[in-house]
Design a protein around this ligand. Structure first.
Ligand SMILES: Nc1ncnc2c1ncn2[C@@H]1O[C@H](COP(=O)(O)OP(=O)(O)OP(=O)(O)O)[C@@H](O)[C@H]1O
Length: 259
């Protein structure tokens, strides 16, 4: 039954066509599922089609072949259940932080006193409760990304798609954001698809790591990470962790571009 999955990707292909008629098949024959409440990391070489996959799952673009079901339904029927976080937070500078968080609800005319209270609660959950009235330019990059994550969560999405959300952050901030996203995920129970260039981040966060091979993008490995939760920093130094990293590196083939 498809209904038990948060996402079902069935034999999905995507071919871009340029204006002069050239075809570029970026994804071919992708088949995988994300269980309800699972955290699935996606890694792969640059250009292997990870962002294309996320955009296709989110409904921002259509697959050329195959189908994608969200909780057993066509994407068009499930869009309100999906939120996306990009590498750049893209906050509106003329709105304060809580108003940025509430933006998706305003678009739907669904801002209420309850949702405002929930937005404040989310900001508190990410340690920004005292900065609700401040503006994004008064925040660090890591803080801005936390506001963007709150904005994604404010509509209670069942599915959170994250495309290299911590790629622009320094190593220390990135580590603390990893803890934060693990905590948020455990608290909200949403399903997460998380694209990253960092194999160690993928292993540390994921219940599974899906490796996308390139030309055309296809799944070359789908590895279950059997490390207990909640995960702590020490897990990164365990032999099991290193084995997962080594195995994933071997599936990607070349590791030069991957940290
Ligand atoms: N809208 C588009 N039109 C045409 N080609 C595109 C489009 N978007 C992406 N591509 C091409 O699809 C391929 C895969 O791009 P995509 O951004 O999905 O890869 P990626 O794995 O996310 O890369 P990176 O890790 O560098 O972010 C690239 O060759 C890219 O040029």
């Amino acid at each position: 039954m498809n209904n038990e999955y948060a996402i079902s990707v069935k034999n999905v292909g995507k071919t871009y066509r340029s204006r002069d008629g050239q075809e570029n098949t970026v994804l071919k024959g992708l088949d995988f599922h994300v269980g309800s409440g699972q955290f699935v990391s996606i890694v792969g070489q640059s250009g292997s089609g990870k962002t294309t996959l996320l955009k296709t799952i989110s409904g921002l673009q259509e697959p050329t072949e195959g189908e994608i079901l969200i909780k057993g339904r066509e994407i068009s029927a499930g869009l309100k259940d999906i939120a996306m976080v990009f590498q750049s937070p893209v906050l509106l500078p003329w709105r304060n932080n809580i108003d940025n968080v509430l933006l998706p609800l305003e678009f739907r005319n669904a801002r209420t006193p309850e949702s405002t209270a929930y937005a404040q609660e989310l900001l508190e959950m990410v340690g920004l409760g005292g900065k609700a009235e401040q503006y994004s330019y008064e925040l660090s990059g890591g803080m801005q990304q936390r506001v963007a994550i709150c904005r994604a969560l404010v509509s209670h999405p069942e599915l959170l798609l994250m495309d290299e959300p911590f790629g622009a952050l320094d190593a220390m901030t990135r580590d603390s954001m990893n803890f934060e996203i693990q905590r948020i995920w455990q608290r909200t129970g949403c399903s997460v698809l998380f694209v990253t260039h960092s194999i160690s981040e993928a292993v540390w966060l994921g219940d599974r790591v899906v490796v996308v091979g390139d030309r055309p993008g296809r799944i070359v490995a789908d590895i279950t990470v059997d490390i207990p939760r909640p995960r702590a920093k020490e897990h990164k130094f365990s032999p099991a962790f290193s084995e997962y990293v080594t195995e994933i590196e071997s599936h990607i083939g070349v590791t030069a571009a991957i940290s």
